[in-house]
Design a binder for this molecule. Structure first.
Ligand SMILES: Cc1cc2nc3c(=O)[nH]c(=O)nc-3n(C[C@H](O)[C@H](O)[C@H](O)COP(=O)(O)OP(=O)(O)OC[C@H]3O[C@@H](n4cnc5c(N)ncnc54)[C@H](O)[C@@H]3O)c2cc1C
Length: 548
């Protein structure tokens, strides 16, 4: 299909969560024309996920705390974070917080900030703790977007990046039942993580994981894909709400036979006490036994594990737990006295598109930021640093893209060809993909399970390519919609393949990556894994950080 540019701008931002909004506002403030596009609404993605009571945002307490925070990110990240990115990240947090406050964002502070619950996940000390509220952020950012004249395009999904003469020139999108080309001087990918590849996911469905593959196909690299956060969440009475891990130390967990989940384990209460210190699963700590037991129980009985609380917690909850249950009562009509069933869910990605300290990928004109990227976190991530990541690198990406676009103006009259095929039975294939990722790549990974999953991906990809004839696109919206859905699934399969391939190469357990057949960390594998695409095939390699 031949396309000519339907719209043009200096900077095109894909994704309208925190990172994309920051990038768009920053590029527009630099005087560039900006289009902010999202496959869902503006203010979407994990940043505006309704199943939580607010987003923690942490930073160094002061300048003197920066070195400790950087060192802790690297230590918690098990040497998988890039020190240069970490440095840029940490030094950018307080300026970014100051900037959004000046724009009118109200950050909640803790009244009892010294309570242990306010130590961020995995951290060893208190930091500058803040909570962003989605509603307030939406109001303030919407006003800024209007003031700066940013053009917003909701329900406009990226399908392909157009690279010509070695430079990014635009993007093919699906919008209003049409396949369209948007020309730009620079492109920012702020499309979030890849929770959408998993059966149980504590993310919104627009966090599909397709853009990691689109970036790969345009020549960018991915890094640290095998590291992602896996979180306990509610299976019932309401599905898909974040479980507050701080409550673990007051919890009684019972399996489907009504037996204590940790029955027969030494020091079960100590394990729960340690587990209350962090939300996402890690293989690093002894309390990994809690998650492994939880996941096995969930696999044996998909309805999950029953959680109830001690009377002491119900009567005297610490502040962070009280706030959580006040929100639960108001938003979900649930109280802490009601038993709930919990299980493990895919949550936020720690890895993604590889960028440098200017948020540039290795494709000229292509920038990326937020959860779509990797390298500033490692194998585990300190809580509250994903929102910080979106703010800091969103700002950097916006500035870098604005500068690039000023030097490489948008090409007038841009055209391109776009080849794709439309398929049927996509919903079944997506369900199959999510099932296999849940089974083989959520908590317990093994060589055999990963290889079986890769073989199943080959099989689904074959069906996707073979079953249905390529459509000669008409102007009918249904054609464009099914073409876009086919493209999305093809890219989701490619991202899943990249994750599984990286997880297969990493024959050890490190942070959030747990290999049942290699349960310990191996010092010989202390380098990040970089993924690229060569001749259409996924290539993975260990990439020593000294060489970055
Ligand atoms: C329930 C929950 C609680 C969390 N709590 C915390 C917390 O307390 N502290 C913390 O630091 N982090 C937390 N996180 C993680 C954090 O919220 C996210 O990592 C962060 O908000 C991601 O922001 P982002 O802008 O990079 O991506 P997102 O907010 O996910 O936005 C992605 C955007 O990209 C769009 N998009 C995707 N694909 C395409 C495409 N092909 N074309 C066009 N647009 C596309 C989406 O529609 C969306 O607009 C939490 C996440 C969840 C889900």
């Amino acid at each position: 299909m031949n396309l000519t540019a339907h719209a043009a701008c200096d900077v095109l931002v894909i994704g309208a969560g925190l990172a994309g909004i920051r990038a768009a506002l920053t590029a527009a403030a630099e005087g560039r024309t900006v289009i902010l596009a999202s496959s869902a609404n503006i203010f979407s993605g994990s940043s505006f996920f309704p199943g939580t009571w607010g987003f923690g945002l942490i930073g160094p307490e002061n300048q003197a705390d920066e070195a400790d925070l950087a060192a802790t990110i690297e230590r918690i990240g098990c040497d998988m974070a890039d020190p240069k990115l970490v440095q840029t990240f940490v030094s950018g947090i307080q300026p970014a917080i100051a900037e959004i406050k000046a724009q009118g964002i109200h950050l909640h502070r803790a009244a009892n900030a010294n309570e242990r619950e306010f130590i961020p996940c995995f951290d060893h000390k208190h930091r500058d703790w803040n909570r962003i509220e989605a509603e307030n952020a939406r109001t303030v950012f919407a006003q800024r977007i209007a003031e700066l004249g940013i053009e917003t395009r909701p329900f406009c999904e990226l399908l392909e990046i157009v690279v010509q003469d070695g430079l990014v020139r635009g993007a093919v999108v699906h919008e209003d039942g049409q396949i369209r080309l948007i020309a730009c001087g620079a492109l920012v990918l702020a499309s979030g993580g890849f929770g959408g590849l998993f059966k149980h996911r504590l993310t919104s469905d627009d966090v599909s994981g397709s853009v990691q593959s689109i970036a790969l196909r345009s020549g960018a690299e991915l890094v640290n894909l095998e590291f992602m956060q896996i979180m306990p969440g509610y299976l019932s009475p309401i599905y898909k709400i974040v479980f507050n891990e701080k409550t673990f130390r007051f919890a009684q967990l019972m399996d489907s036979f009504d037996l204590p989940l940790l029955l027969g384990m030494d020091q079960g209460q100590d394990l729960l006490d340690e587990r209350a210190g962090y939300g996402p699963f890690t293989s690093r700590l002894k309390s990994r036994l809690v998650d492994l037991a939880l996941f096995k129980a969930q696999q044996a009985d998909p309805s999950g594990v029953t959680v109830t609380y001690t009377q002491d917690m119900i009567e005297h909850p610490p502040e962070l737990i009280r706030t959580y249950f006040e929100w639960m009562a108001k938003a979900k009509h649930l109280s802490m006295s009601e038993p709930a069933k919990i299980g493990l869910f895919a949550h936020a990605a720690n890895g993604g598109i590889r960028i440098d300290t200017t948020a540039a990928t290795r494709v000229p004109g292509l920038f990326a930021c937020g959860e779509a990227t990797g390298g500033m976190h490692g194998a585990d991530r300190i809580g509250g640093l994903s929102t910080a990541n979106g703010l800091v690198f969103g700002g950097i990406a916006g500035r870098s893209a604005a500068q690039f676009a000023a030097e490489n103006p948008v090409q007038q009259g841009l055209g391109c060809t776009f080849e794709a095929t439309a398929s049927t039975d996509l919903a079944d294939m997506l369900t199959e993909l999510r099932e296999l990722m849940y089974r083989a790549a959520l908590v317990i990974r093994t060589k055999k399970g990963l290889e079986q999953a890769l073989a199943q991906i080959d099989q689904i990809t074959g069906r996707l390519q073979a079953t249905v004839p390529s459509t000669s696109l008409t102007e009918k919206p249904a054609d464009a919609k099914s073409l876009a859905a086919s493209c999305r699934l093809k890219d989701q399969l490619m991202t899943a393949r990249a994750i599984l391939t990286a997880a297969t190469l990493r024959c050890e357990s490190r942070g959030s990556h747990f290999r049942g057949d290699h349960p310990e960390q191996d010092p010989a594998q202390s380098s990040p894994i970089v993924v690229s695409l060569q001749g259409g095939s996924i290539q993975v390699r260990f990439h020593p950080l000294a060489g970055t």
